[in-house]
Design a protein around this ligand. Structure first.
Ligand code: DHB
Length: 276
């Protein structure tokens, strides 16, 4: 049984990409690009930069065709289909959720509380009052299974506080975690910032933090809430470590962007060798 899927934002904006992920035998589900109420252009390219050490930085600025594009794909795929929702305002989110609650609905929503790349917009996952408010709106507007995409937490007190709030809503899963916001990578060939601005840091730099977050949340959250791990997973060793920390499923972002959907076949083969 596969436990691998793409991370939102990696190879999942167009129907063709989502179909390719669906048709990759080693994926167990597919996740859409985070979507807003209306289509959104995002930042000028480049959106992602990979450094020589296995780290990456992204700042796409939420380019997406709008939630309706992903909603109308609900009956297209043979695998569980997860729509990532990241409306710009509470009211936008309420509208999106109310529409997605009408059949056909996706298998799950992954509610994104942690986009680090929208200037002037604080990440909801870092603000306990805002988190409670958003979870209340999800409860009111979306009576179907959902998960939460959390930011990486750097202080155990914040993890405990967040887990307590999440336990009073019992989502089906959390995805742990998004990239580490406001990072900078300087490209040593140009001596300039690799992107036009700061961005979310992922890949090898994120892994120990994400692994620690998975481990801590698994010990604090209700067993009704599964943990999908995300953060610097590039091979079977990384997958196994996240399972040992308490994850049930695995999302691949940086490595999928670098290697394409064939990474799922490679990692699955490595897992079959390691686990037998
Ligand atoms: C983008 C980045 C994120 O980490 C996220 O959760 C949503 C959107 C982006 O820059 O497009």
């Amino acid at each position: 049984m596969s436990i691998l899927m793409n991370a939102s934002g990696a190879f999942c904006t167009t129907t063709e990409e989502l179909k390719a992920l669906n048709d990759t035998p080693e994926t167990c589900a597919i996740v859409s690009k985070s979507c807003t109420l209306h289509s959104h252009k995002g930042n000028p390219q480049p959106h992602v930069y990979h450094d020589q050490y296995g780290g990456s930085i992204n700042n796409s600025g939420l380019p997406n065709p709008g939630y309706k594009y992903y909603h109308q794909l609900c009956n297209t795929f043979t695998k569980p289909y997860i729509i990532s929702v990241a409306g710009f305002t509470i009211e936008d989110n309420r509208t999106i959720l109310q529409h997605l609650a009408k059949d056909p609905s996706p298998s799950y929503i992954e509610f994104n509380l942690s986009c680090p790349n929208i200037p002037g917009k604080a990440q909801v996952g870092y603000d306990p009052e805002a988190l409670f408010k958003y979870l209340t709106i999800i409860r009111q507007s979306y009576p179907k299974p959902y998960g939460l995409k959390l930011p990486p937490y750097l202080d155990n007190a914040h993890i405990v506080q967040t887990a307590n709030i999440i336990n009073s809503f019992k989502p089906a899963f959390i995805t742990c975690c998004n990239s580490l916001g406001n990072g900078l990578i300087i490209d040593q060939t140009t001596k300039q910032p690799a992107l036009k601005s700061l961005g979310g840091i992922s890949g090898i730099y994120l892994k120990p933090t994400a692994l620690g977050n998975v481990y801590s949340f698994r010990r604090l959250l209700s067993q009704d809430t599964n943990i999908i791990a995300c953060g610097g997973i590039k091979n079977a060793k990384d997958v196994i470590e996240y399972l040992q920390a308490g994850a049930s499923y695995i999302q691949i972002g940086t490595q999928l962007i670098k290697e394409g959907p064939k990474c799922f076949n490679r990692i699955n083969k490595e897992l079959n060798i390691s686990l037998h």
